[in-house]
Design a binder for this molecule. Structure first.
Ligand code: RIB
Ligand code: CA
Length: 319
């Protein structure tokens, strides 16, 4: 089975952490590198967090590159209220010291795509790194096999304003630039589908019963996130957006959607909103594949059996 080559661009972040765990445990992806962008936490903290995640899986062989610290135009607004001061639910795990963290994520993205292999990008944070890479070398970036972006919304309400989703709200200029300048359609894994993916108390108790270092890590980092969801949205459990982007990349049957032109609002009351021209009002060429249906059970089955293959029977009993 040939593994698909990917770069994971992220802002870890609790759900980013779950997405990275899924990507690595799936054995379906050849992760060329992990690039970090400021979003949930500043990029330098995100890089420290990725090392903790890689160390847990004994995968410190995967290179980590720090990218853009600030959005293209806006001031940086981070989300420690959601992900904790350390970005991993205030678990304050010890830093991994004996490992190189590299800089220049944008150059790494360009250089990796230039190698000529089929490379895809799974973007789980604001699109600042991608926008900068396109600005620097659009010809190369348009050779990317596939881009999956967790971000935006179609009909679902926003999580940063009534209409804006965090990744596209933090850097709306970058999101607009990427959608306006990448030739192939970008799959938008948006809130309409990710809001269906909730790690409920039932699932969290299942993880506790597994009682492994991996399951304990997930329970520990999601506690803070669950409290935030109850406080903010009266959701019992936590929405895990980013793992759905990875799962969909691996198995497209988990979600379905439609092609559409989308534009991103860059200022004013609707800043960060993804405008989905579903009725093709403007007659523009579609630049996005907008997901609007998800098989929640299929996702959860994949998520749990992939992370905990040793508990496959128990998982099938409960799911
Ligand atoms: O709006 C949710 C997205 O913003 C997720 O990727 C989360 O990690 C944050 O980056
Ligand atoms: Ca993220």
């Amino acid at each position: 089975m040939i593994k698909r080559k990917v770069i994971i661009d992220c802002d870890p972040g609790i759900d980013d952490a779950l997405a990275i765990l899924l990507a690595l445990k799936s054995n379906k992806l050849d992760v060329q590198g992990i690039t970090i962008v400021s979003g949930n936490v500043p990029a330098c903290q995100g890089a420290k967090n990725v090392l903790k995640i890689l160390n847990l899986l004994n995968r410190l062989d995967i290179p980590v590159y720090i990218g853009e610290e600030y959005p293209l135009v806006r001031e940086l607004v981070t989300a420690e209220d959601t992900h904790g001061k350390d970005g991993l639910g205030e678990t304050f795990l010890p830093d991994i010291s004996n490992t190189n963290i590299f800089y220049n994520a944008v150059d790494f993205i360009i250089k990796t795509i230039k190698k000529g292999d089929k490379i895809s990008i799974i973007a789980l944070g604001p699109l600042t790194n991608l926008a900068k890479a396109i600005k620097k070398d659009a010809f190369t970036l348009n050779k990317v096999e596939e881009i999956i972006s967790m971000g935006g919304s179609f009909k679902s309400h926003g999580n940063c304003s009534p209409v804006a989703e965090f990744n596209y709200w933090v850097d709306p200029h970058a999101a607009k630039y990427v959608y306006d300048n990448i030739n192939s359609p970008i799959t938008m894994v948006n809130l309409d589908v990710t809001r269906e993916i909730i790690l409920t108390p039932n699932y969290i108790e299942l993880l506790s019963q597994f009682n492994t270092s991996l399951s304990k890590f997930i329970v520990d980092i999601t506690k803070f996130y669950v409290d935030f969801h109850w406080r903010q949205e009266r959701t019992l459990g936590c929405v895990i957006n980013d793992p759905l982007a990875v799962a969909y990349f691996i198995d497209n049957s988990i979600c379905s959607g439609f092609y559409s032109h989308i534009d991103i609002v860059t200022d004013g009351i609707a800043m960060g909103q993804s405008i989905v021209d579903v009725a093709n009002f403007y007659g523009y060429k579609s630049n996005s594949y907008v997901l609007n249906k998800v098989d929640n059970h299929k996702f959860m089955e994949y998520f749990f059996t992939c992370l905990f293959p040793e508990f496959k029977e128990d998982i099938n009993l409960i799911l």
